[in-house]
Design a protein around this ligand. Structure first.
Ligand code: NAP
Length: 333
């Protein structure tokens, strides 16, 4: 094995719920290795290690960054901690796969990305679905003219989110709220489909314990293109997207993650309502994301796309959150 073939060794900062899935993906991914699990409490890290496997369990995230054999970190912390630990990790020379939302606002996100760039490390946020073969197939349909010019993106992501004391999604200081957490994905769907950033947005939200728990949004792009979505913590589980062109539309009823891992598919409808179902390979999207991140690191050519789309996603979320509070149409800055 040459040094270039050596696996990228990961530390996970925080024994989060999502770390279970991504930890497995790191173990399963080509070119990746799970080395360290770090927790604020050593006993929690030890328990995680026993159940999910890692070479070493350590107390404190700093301790993970001090390990000499770590190339990359996965940061599944509440959003309020993303900036601090991305910057510390980048300054320690580690590539950063950080959960979404990127940060508490675009100002923080810009600072994080600047430090990653200055230290020559890759930044990628934890939005998984764009890394799958299905997303690549859908992207091809959007770009090959099948639908004509693209005019609308409509999407929804809702779930029932229990209001438990340990749920950071209901704590404003930790970065709670449905727009940050799940509206994020609907915004990404529109950035991805239009390959552009909206100029203005509008959102209306309801609030619970100081965070938006349900929101409806409109995003205006140039050339009369519009995206809209709703997201919420108080509705049944939905995770669909429709991209509408002049002469056809694409529908994916589970773009966030497949309802059935064995049936990954989407539909293309023509003007007469004739629908073609397109099948995609059965993959684990967490593993696709880790492999995509690892391939960039191993290529030694850092990608500018992933940090930029992460920042753009954050800019749009910021404007939506302002709009939901002011009741005005807001510019995306
Ligand atoms: N990409 C996706 O599909 C996806 C899915 C789910 C969640 N997420 C994102 O992943 C992140 C974590 O979500 P989660 O639901 O997995 O969170 P979680 O289970 O609540 O875990 C968060 C972890 O952060 C650490 N932590 C440090 N300071 C904390 C504090 N003050 N309060 C609470 N936790 C603290 C804790 O780890 P230790 O105690 O071990 O230090 C805790 O286990 C969020 O940004 C979320 O948006 C992404």
């Amino acid at each position: 094995m040459t040094p270039d073939d050596a696996p990228i060794r990961f530390a996970i900062l925080g024994a989060a719920r999502i770390a279970t899935k991504v930890g497995k993906a790191i173990q399963d991914a080509n070119g990746a290795e799970l080395s360290v699990i770090a927790s604020r409490e050593l006993s929690k890290a030890e328990t995680w290690k026993q159940h999910h496997g890692a070479r070493l369990a350590v107390e404190g995230y700093e301790e993970a960054l001090r390990q000499p054999d770590i190339d990359a970190v996965y940061i599944p912390l509440p959003p309020s901690l993303h900036k601090e630990w991305t910057i510390k990790s980048a300054e320690a020379g580690k590539h950063v796969l950080c959960e979404k939302p990127t940060a508490m606002d675009a100002h923080e996100a810009r600072e994080m990305l600047a430090v990653c760039k200055a230290n020559g490390v890759q930044f990628m946020d934890g939005t998984m679905w764009p890394h799958t073969p299905r997303s690549q197939q859908m992207s091809q349909v959007l770009n090959d003219g099948t639908l004509g010019e693209l005019r609308r993106v409509v999407s929804a992501f809702s779930i029932q989110m229990p209001d438990t004391p340990d749920q950071h999604r209901y704590i404003p200081e930790l970065g709670g709220g449905a727009l940050y957490d799940i509206g994020w994905y609907c915004v990404r769907a529109s950035l991805w489909a239009f390959a552009d950033v909206p100029t203005h947005v509008y959102a209306s939200a309801t609030y619970h314990r100081g965070v938006d728990n349900n929101a409806t949004a409109i995003l205006w792009f140039s050339d009369n293109r519009v995206a809209s979505f709703d997201c919420g913590y108080d509705l049944t589980r939905r995770k669909w997207m429709e991209v509408v062109g002049e002469s056809g539309n694409l529908v994916c009823d589970d773009f966030l993650s497949p309802w059935d891992i064995e049936k990954q598919r989407f539909w293309v409808h023509d003007q007469d309502g004739i629908a073609t179902e397109i099948q995609s390979p059965s993959v684990v999207q967490e593993t696709c994301m880790v492999e995509s991140f690892v391939q960039i690191i191993r290529s030694k050519e850092l990608s500018e796309y992933w940090p930029q789309v992460s920042l753009d996603n954050q800019r749009v979320i910021d404007a939506l959150m302002v709009s939901a509070r002011t009741g005005n149409r807001e510019e995306v800055k």
